[in-house]
Design a protein around this ligand. Structure first.
Ligand SMILES: [Zn+2]
Ligand SMILES: [Zn+2]
Ligand SMILES: [Zn+2]
Length: 867
């Protein structure tokens, strides 16, 4: 007697063990097969898999199994983005070592992933904190250094005091650190930079050549790269030889530039103010600004302030002397750190001019209007007619853009220019748990790369972390002190910074192709076969971080001749978030779900009994406690129900709202299919599945079910091919299961039995990527020798997807009263007659006069009778 219920505790470990022992997910290059590289963004080993991971990896795993059944040679690796600050912080908190903490977490998370039945080729597992991995990152750094793709300079950089490190521009979110959310300061430091700006145009142009990417991601990248077209104008500095170069998108307004503003960090601010009456005031202002938020968003909120620096420059169009200010709304990081201020046309300049009594000169005004600097209350930035602009007066301002640029170009005072918002990628981090930067600083030779034969420069594990979080590396003489490889001086020092961990994740997908290769970053033949990634899956929060850096790295590797492609990820799916309502107790604040219990109509706190307030449905987060532990789900329902829930609750790109009912529903469906299969086995074991055309079937039920099964195969296949819409695919299988339940198996004839068997097999085949353990078990019990995993994806019969009958739905006054089938070619008057004479309808229309009969023929025919 077979169990009435699916038992995950027994079935799931059984199949996981089998797949593992037979190494079914191990792949090698096979030129006879088409490859498919599916990759989910690898996790940071924080210690626990959260529900967002479960969803992401489930989506990936289903695609892998689907592609595999479609004959592809599928690579599906998993690894660990293992360097980074949380390990260091946790190590400080727990008085352990980041390596110990990291490897323990990896062990725990690997075990959790294995319980989900994901089809990873575990032989390809990598951890970026291992010297075998970062050795090749150091090697690449040196190649880039030799090619001039990386440089070192002293610059103002984003500094997080809490994290005690520098952050890249991409890692600052609304003026705050992306990791700890503390406000970011500006600090002047020597830093290594990757010259990502060399690829700004290429990265931008190819955004339009990524049809497999969501528009929102390419749009975010385009905005981040931020190309603007305008002119670079030369303003002579009074009394000096050099020019101040200014980028502007509005060269048409140059005649109205009545002052100049420099960023407080601009080197000329100190230089030009030195020895003037303004020197002290400027120094005080710069000091004050250094404590303010220095970012695009930050400066918007500030009251516009500045101070005259005691110097003048010459407007290249008017030849007039204009004062130079330093102002808090100018950023060194954007443009050249200097702006020509045109108060008539720019609101910030207008406010600044009003505040400091600077000249406002109208140069563009609306057609047919006359602006007066005395009375105007805001700048006019629109298109208009040129005034006070010499030979350009009367011209349309759009035409003047080009005309003025050309004129200044002829005069040698400006030229057409393009500016990008993208800055070079600062990669030095003043933290311990990362890849050491492989260079040596020698008092005589300067920066000397570590010779290749000495790689890797291993991160010393014998290090005590500092309480405050700063890196111990500079204090470790056995690490930092070294001999110069070039001249032999014995007082040379290693660079004691480590690389941004986003460097590791920029190329890990290549390492998976040959993870144990020790002759280079990767085996070129393996990469040639597997790369680029065909389908990448991960969160949209990486749009201008990891996803941009990886595209840049592919270009670097391409230029270095290491790979043949420039785009690392052909298709990208950014899955939605997993969300849940929050719960709050007036006394205990946010509650975990298990801290609320039923209380009357609502919920009460388990600790104090007070009424619990149920809040909005938002992204699950530890701080809001609206989380569900995947371990608890696994224990209660097993992997397959968890997987089914994640896929059925929402299409992958949308947010998924957690619901206990939804999980219960998934559990019910799995058991419904289980019982159906048992029933089929009891009634029709040994009967061959029907494989002919629908037209050759005699019985109406058999024919209808066979067509339904073929339609389901078609629907599931198209839904998966169309952006992986598993939710509607699952719904289609549910319908087929319902249709099978509607038939009386005990009364079924041979023909119907063979169609039922066909349908049952296909339900399992279609569900197998989604609920793999469950399907494998039933497939075996149904008497199959091979694995369902190795079956070909089912194909529908073209001749059996449309029925020669149609369903007629009959409504009376808008209420559904009857349904019946009739031949496709029945004409409308016959359908009306059949509807009116149907006994279920007759009782509603007799003694009444039928006022109207409407027949609508679509996929099914609708008859609406109005009485
Ligand atoms: Zn921070
Ligand atoms: Zn030297
Ligand atoms: Zn409470």
């Amino acid at each position: 007697m077979m169990e009435e219920r699916y038992n995950p505790d027994e079935v799931e470990p059984k199949w996981q063990k089998y797949w593992n022992e037979k190494q079914l997910f191990k792949v090698t290059e096979d030129p006879s097969k088409q490859k498919y590289y599916l990759l989910e963004m690898f996790p940071y080993p924080s210690g626990k898999i959260h529900i967002g991971h479960v969803r992401n990896y489930t989506i990936g795993d289903v695609v892998v199994r689907y592609k595999r059944m479609n004959g592809f040679n599928v690579i599906h690796p998993m690894g660990w983005d293992a360097f980074g600050m949380p390990a260091e912080n946790a190590a400080i908190d727990n008085n352990t070592h980041p390596a110990v903490w990291t490897y323990e977490n990896i062990r725990a998370m690997r075990a959790q992933l294995k319980k989900m039945g994901f089809s990873y080729d575990w032989d390809r597992e990598i951890a970026t904190c291992r010297p075998e991995y970062y050795k090749w990152e150091q090697w690449l750094f040196i190649q880039m250094l030799e090619k001039g793709m990386v440089y070192r300079k002293e610059a103002y950089v984003n500094w997080c005091e809490k994290c005690q490190t520098v952050l890249a521009n991409e890692q600052v979110e609304q003026d705050c650190c992306w990791r700890c959310s503390k406000p970011v300061e500006q600090k002047k430091l020597w830093q290594w930079f990757f010259k990502i700006t060399d690829y700004a145009e290429d990265l931008l142009v190819y955004c339009d050549d990524l049809p497999g990417w969501p528009d929102k991601v390419t749009t975010m990248q385009k905005n981040w790269i931020g190309k603007s077209i305008g002119a670079e104008l030369k303003f002579k500095i009074e009394g000096r030889q050099e020019d101040l170069n200014v980028f502007t998108t509005r060269p048409d307004t140059v005649f109205g530039a009545t002052f100049m503003c420099l960023a407080p960090e601009h080197p000329l601010v100190e230089e030009l103010s030195k020895g003037t009456e303004q020197e002290a005031a400027v120094a005080a202002f710069v000091e004050k600004v250094s404590k303010q938020e220095r970012s695009v968003d930050g400066i918007e909120k500030l009251e516009k302030e500045g101070v005259f620096i005691g110097a003048h420059c010459i407007n290249p169009a008017t030849g007039e002397k204009i004062p130079v200010y330093t102002a808090n709304f100018v950023l060194m990081a954007y443009g050249t750190g200097a702006i020509m201020s045109v108060p008539c046309g720019d609101q910030r300049d207008f406010e600044f001019a009003k505040k400091y009594g600077l000249e406002i000169r109208i140069v563009v005004q609306p057609e047919g209007e006359q602006l007066d600097p005395q009375t105007m209350t805001e700048a006019f930035s629109g298109r208009g007619v040129m005034v006070n602009s010499g030979q350009f007066n009367g011209m349309d301002s759009h035409a003047a853009l080009e005309a003025i640029t050309n004129w200044l170009d002829e005069e040698g005072r400006g030229k057409k220019a393009i500016s990008y918002r993208l800055r070079d990628w600062g990669i030095s981090r003043q933290r311990y748990w990362g890849t050491p930067i492989p260079v040596i600083h020698c008092p005589d030779c300067g920066v000397v790369p570590v010779p290749e034969s000495e790689l890797p420069i291993t991160l010393p594990e014998d290090a005590n972390l500092l309480e405050k979080g700063g890196s111990p590396l500079p204090t470790l003489d056995f690490f930092a002190k070294t001999t110069c490889p070039s001249c032999g001086r014995e007082d040379a020092r290693r660079d004691t910074d480590t690389m941004d961990t986003f460097v590791e994740s920029s190329w890990y997908y290549l390492r998976y192709c040959s993870p144990r290769f020790d002759q280079g970053m990767f085996d070129p033949d393996a990469v040639k076969y597997w790369a680029p990634v065909d389908q990448y899956i991960g969160g949209v929060e990486h749009a201008v971080l990891h996803l941009l850096y990886s595209r840049y790295f592919a270009r670097v590797l391409n230029v270095l001749g290491l790979i043949e492609f420039k785009e690392p990820f052909t298709c990208l799916l950014t899955q939605g978030m997993v969300c849940k309502e929050t719960m709050t107790c007036p006394e205990h604040g946010f509650l975990f779900p298990e801290q609320a219990q039923k209380k009357g109509e609502g919920l009460g706190c388990t600790m104090c009994g007070k009424d619990v307030e149920v809040g909005r449905v938002i992204k699950m987060s530890k701080s809001k406690k609206n989380v569900v532990d995947p371990n608890a789900l696994l224990e209660q329902y097993g992997a397959d129900v968890t997987r089914l829930f994640c896929l059925f609750a929402a299409p992958p790109e949308r947010d998924l709202e957690w619901s206990a009912d939804g999980v219960e529903g998934a559990n019910r469906f799995v058991n419904r299919v289980w019982r159906l299969a048992i029933n089929c086995m009891a009634n029709m074991q040994g009967i061959p599945p029907y494989g002919g055309a629908a037209g050759d079937l005699k019985g109406g039920d058999a024919k209808a079910l066979y067509i339904k099964a073929n339609q389901t195969i078609q629907k599931v296949t198209t839904d998966i091919e169309d952006n992986f819409h598993f939710n509607t695919a699952i719904a289609a299988v549910m319908e087929l299961v319902n249709a099978m339940y509607a038939l009386d198996m005990d009364q079924a004839d041979e023909e119907l039995k063979s169609v039922l068997w066909f349908s049952m097999e296909n339900v399992l085949l279609l569900l197998s990527p989604i609920v793999p353990h469950f399907s494998e078990e039933l497939f075996q019990r149904m008497g199959h020798e091979g694995l369902i995993l190795d079956q070909a994806w089912p194909q529908y019969r073209e001749d059996s997807i449309t029925s020669d009958e149609i369903l007629v739905v009959v409504q009376v006054n808008g209420k559904l009263r009857a349904k019946f089938n009739t031949a496709v070619d029945t004409d409308e008057s016959d359908i009306k007659n059949m509807a009116l004479t149907d006994p279920r309808i007759a009782k509603y229309v007799e003694d009444k006069s039928v006022r109207k009969i409407i027949v609508i023929q679509k996929k099914q025919t609708l008859v609406n009778i109005v009485v």
